[in-house]
Design a protein around this ligand. Structure first.
Ligand SMILES: C[S@@+](CC[C@H](N)C(=O)[O-])C[C@H]1O[C@@H](n2cnc3c(N)ncnc32)[C@H](O)[C@@H]1O
Length: 179
């Protein structure tokens, strides 16, 4: 059972900051931050979006996020959401793992099993010309995520990369071209 402590949510790291900086320039009416953790990305989005909703599977993360984000929902990915958003963002848990021991980072097979599930949950919540931006890494089989997004009707491209000592962070932007 989870205990409420500092360690029960993802403390913003280089990946969070990299995505947060990119999101500063995004604008629209509504945005959804999946896996909000501390709420850092939702907070950035709230500068340029009228409505920002944040989800996380971890209630303790959401309690932290709720200190700075008004609309927080505890659910898997976007499963509890039934309206569309202009923009959906996610700093995905992307590390390859055999088991799901740490939801903040474990992505299961090739670091794409959990990310693929999150993307499939998010996709129906994005209408034509809506956008999804996610962060993955060279640790993950990110090309398979790009293929997945293409198969779901998105124009998909890598928009930024950042080399760290031990990996390369990869930002992917997807624009829906079908309804
Ligand atoms: C890498 S952390 C990112 C946290 C925060 N967005 C940031 O950038 O600092 C991934 C977050 O996704 C959440 N998460 C993992 N699996 C999830 C799922 N199936 N549905 C919703 N949130 C999930 C974790 O609890 C964690 O807060």
């Amino acid at each position: 059972m989870q205990k409420e402590s500092q360690n029960n949510y993802y403390v913003p790291a280089e990946d969070s900051i990299f995505l947060a900086d990119y999101l500063e320039n995004q604008k629209g009416k509504s945005a959804l931050d999946i896996g909000t953790g501390s709420g850092i990305l939702a907070k950035v989005l709230s500068k340029n979006f009228e409505l920002v909703v944040a989800t996380d599977i971890n209630i303790f993360a959401l309690k932290k996020a709720h200190e700075i984000v008004a609309n927080c929902i505890c659910c898997n990915a976007a499963d509890a959401i039934h309206v569309n958003f202009d923009l959906i963002v996610c700093n995905l848990p992307y590390l390859p793992s055999d088991k799901l021991l740490d939801v903040t980072v474990d992505g299961l097979h090739e670091g794409v099993e959990i990310p693929s599930m999150i993307i499939k949950s998010a996709s129906p919540r994005i209408g034509k010309n809506g956008k999804m931006i996610f962060l993955t890494s060279s640790h993950a089989n990110y090309t398979s995520l790009i293929e997945l997004c293409t198969s779901l009707g998105f124009d998909t491209k890598i928009v930024a990369k950042k080399k760290l000592f031990y990996e390369e962070l990869i930002l992917v932007e997807c624009v829906k071209y079908i309804n």
